[in-house]
Write a protein that binds this ligand. Structure first.
Ligand SMILES: Nc1nc2c(ncn2[C@@H]2O[C@H](COP(=O)(O)OP(=O)(O)OP(=O)(O)O)[C@@H](O)[C@H]2O)c(=O)[nH]1
Ligand SMILES: [Mg+2]
Length: 710
């Protein structure tokens, strides 16, 4: 297998809303390049990219696939990403190593929500971006509308390089205003005839050609001078200008295709080879915030963008070479673990097929087998190159959680190691073994994402497991001050137990004044690991309780804070002042004071109008404006409070705060309300008081569960 020079490599991520035709386009490009002899389809479940059983079953991409082709001596690596927002984790990994984002738009719909989300991500990562208008053969295709929507959303950098001669059933030719040529395709696609632009199209083609020339010249002073001198630019000047404008994200060229019939792919690959940036033109972010230029002459290094495993093969580590040449047998070090590793056989990928290579040059993407403990985001270097460490991959925040329940006892360890493996391969999923909730909680990006994990647990790891409703991490607090006292006294033969404490408990908030009526000798401000604070004050006068018992008293209070008196949930934001008590010279000890404090605290807490608090999340919903009414009224039925709204064209954004309890099935509901077109993100906001009816229900449920346990 040929080894490519860095300048002859292109790393392209195919991005776009679900179903826009990315997988079909990848398949067709590989076929048209001659790298594969057969052209599969999503419907026939035989594409190179969607090779997982679950992808065939669902007829959509779920995992990003690494593919490659050779187009006239240039190696084009393609990462075909899934368009469904649930699998955004896969896209994050593609972003980390792609040098060009090729946005595939469905020309029937123009910019859709998924396209928008990926575009914003590419923008924030400064990735050169191109657009392919696909499905131009569809009778609902509307090229002009799709271009207008792209211009409206992504700005005037969107410039037409090609437009269809005619659309729909009759789509058979593309007019290229960079080459000023018409490409006419044979019935079954493939290599087109190059024809002069027909008279009827000349005016339009010239208009668009001038727009393109002006857009290129605008971004480059030398070209602008040439343009003024000659009134035009030649193809080579335009190509140079386009390369720079692409790199700087000044221009987003628009191409035309019908992926399913193989129209337009050759010219796209030609443009990728001749104009699009190579890895040498791009840099990678380092952990310290600086950026790193690819270094073909430097010390060998690579950046891991995916870790997975396969039965009979073991661990697979996907990486991009960032320096020198990587060869099998090399000894390197993983900077995260500091573990040494020896490179085994190296492969390049065509979906699930691996082709052995002897070495991999800077800029290229490859896979290594049997490297231990590798994670996406790892930096691997030579032993002495200790300063290099790349920035971690940024995964989106999760939006949905479920609890896992094993149907069979005894499988706990097996489930634990399966979850570890899943988490390692898919860092966009998060596994939480919650002591507090006594549940294993799986966090993901939506129902489909979680279902894929469930499918893996069942099919790959042979576990009989189901999803159940996750508990809510409520908190408890009090709403008024109560002074209380408890005497712990036991005298049943042998050494007795004696401790008496008087405490005052009150709701605490930041900046609250100190008590004037107490003689405060010492204040402990304790940041609770579950959020909020406990302020613990020693206000003992006249030594009625020895200082040495204070830690035991605090321990008693903390024990009850961790297992709240109201419902067993964790308590927060309380000030406890120990102001009186008594000791016995023989029978008082730490255990006695701990018990007395715990009992006093519990008693006071229950008298202090206790209040349950629930977690509130801030959410941002992105949706087509037609669904505004439905989504808004649904939010209000979920006790949501709208913080703001923002319209950008036909896409609407709503910011709101909503209790976590009301968000459990939200992703699914949102999808069904908006025909799958809306997405949302969420992050923790604060704790807030639970309405009385819910408080009553939660307490009853807790008591019932307790009773069942005992
Ligand atoms: N008419 C028409 N249909 C197409 C074209 N390209 C793809 N399709 C069809 O569109 C559907 C979706 O195509 P995919 O290639 O799976 O789309 P995708 O973008 O990979 O979708 P996800 O993986 O779910 O994000 C399939 O039924 C394809 O056959 C095209 O150019 N014209
Ligand atoms: Mg796909």
């Amino acid at each position: 297998m040929k080894v490519y020079e860095p300048g002859k490599i292109r790393n392209i991520a195919l991005l776009g809303h679900a179903g826009s035709g990315k997988t079909t386009l990848a398949e067709t490009m590989i076929f048209e390049s001659g790298t594969s002899r057969k052209r599969g389809t999503v419907e026939a479940k035989n594409t190179i990219s969607d090779y997982h059983e679950i992808e065939k079953d669902k007829q959509k991409s779920i995992y990003s696939s690494l593919l490659h082709l050779d187009w006239r001596g240039t190696k084009v690596n393609i990462i075909d990403t899934p368009g469904t927002s649930d699998f955004y984790g896969q896209v994050s990994e593609a972003f980390a190593i792609s040098d060009v984002a090729l946005f595939v738009l469905n020309s029937e719909a123009g910019v859709e929500i998924g396209t928008e989300a990926f575009w914003r991500a590419a923008e924030s990562k400064n990735i050169p971006s191109m657009i392919v208008m696909n499905k131009l053969d569809s009778d609902k295709s509307d090229f002009q509308n799709a271009v207008d929507s792209a211009k409206e959303r992504f700005g005037r950098g969107v410039v037409v390089v090609q437009y269809p001669y005619s659309e729909g059933d009759d789509f058979h030719a593309i007019i290229d205003v960079l080459k000023m040529t018409m490409y006419e395709f044979p019935e079954d696609g493939g290599k087109p005839d190059k024809l002069p632009i027909p008279e009827s199209q000349r005016a339009q083609a010239e208009l668009l050609h001038n727009e393109l020339v002006e857009a290129i010249a605008e971004n480059d002073e030398t070209l602008l001078d040439l343009y003024f001198e000659n009134g035009s630019l030649d193809e080579y000047q335009m190509t140079d200008g386009l390369n720079m404008s692409l790199l700087n994200r000044d221009i987003f060229p628009v191409f035309c295709a019908c992926a399913s019939r193989n129209f337009g792919t050759g010219r796209i690959m030609g443009f990728l080879g001749n104009v699009a940036p190579s890895p040498l033109d791009r840099s990678i972010n380092l952990k310290d915030g600086k950026s790193y230029d690819m270094n073909p002459e430097g010390s060998p290094s690579f950046y891991v963008f995916r870790s997975s495993s396969e039965t009979h093969v073991g661990d697979l580590t996907y990486f991009k070479v960032t320096g020198g040449t990587i060869k099998s047998g090399m000894d390197l070090v993983n900077r995260r673990t500091q573990d040494g590793l020896r490179m085994g056989t190296l492969y390049i990928c065509q979906g699930n097929k691996r082709i052995e290579v002897s070495e991999v040059n800077t800029g290229d993407l490859a896979v290594a087998v049997k490297l231990k403990d590798m994670q996406a985001g790892d930096t691997v270097t030579m032993k002495d190159n200790i300063s290099l460490e790349f920035a971690p991959i940024e995964y989106p925040n999760t939006t949905m959680r479920v609890a896992l329940k094993l149907k069979k006892e005894g499988d706990e360890d097996k489930l634990g190691s399966a979850l570890n493996q899943i988490q390692k391969e898919d860092p966009s999923a998060r596994i939480e073994h919650s002591q507090e909730l006594q549940q294993t909680i799986l966090h993901g990006l939506g129902e489909e994402h979680l279902n894929v994990i469930l499918y893996q647990l069942k099919e790959r790891f042979n576990l009989d497991v189901e999803f159940i409703r996750p508990r809510i991490p409520y908190r408890e607090t009090i709403t008024k001050r109560v002074d209380t006292q408890y005497k712990h006294k036991k005298q049943s033969g042998g050494a007795g137990q004696y401790a008496e404490v008087y405490i005052s408990i009150e709701p605490w908030e930041e900046g609250m004044p100190q008590r004037e009526d107490l003689n405060v000798r010492n204040v402990d401000e304790i940041e609770l690991e579950w959020g909020g604070k406990l302020i613990f004050q020693n206000c003992i006068v006249g030594g009625v309780i020895d200082n040495r018992f204070m830690p035991a008293i605090l321990k008693g209070v903390m024990d009850k804070m961790a297992n709240g008196p109201l419902s067993g949930c964790r308590a927060r934001d309380i000030r406890v002042s120990v102001y009186d008590g008594s000791m016995h010279s023989v029978d008082s000890n730490e255990a006695a004071f701990k018990t007395a404090a715990l009992m006093a605290f519990k008693d006071g807490f229950l008298k202090a109008s206790p209040q349950l608090l629930e977690p509130i999340y801030e959410i941002e919903v992105t949706l087509p404006s037609v669904y505004m009414g439905d989504v808004m009224s649904d939010l209000s039925s979920r006790r949501g409070q709208i913080l703001g709204m923002d319209a950008e064209g036909t896409i609407q954004k709503i910011k709101a705060i909503v209790p976590l309890q009301e968000l459990d099935q939200y992703t699914t509901r949102l999808k069904s309300m908006t025909q799958g077109s809306a997405t949302y993100s969420r992050k923790f906001y604060d704790y807030a008081q639970v309405p009385p009816d819910i408080q009553k229900r939660v307490i009853e449920e807790t008591l019932a569960a307790e009773a069942e346990k005992n």
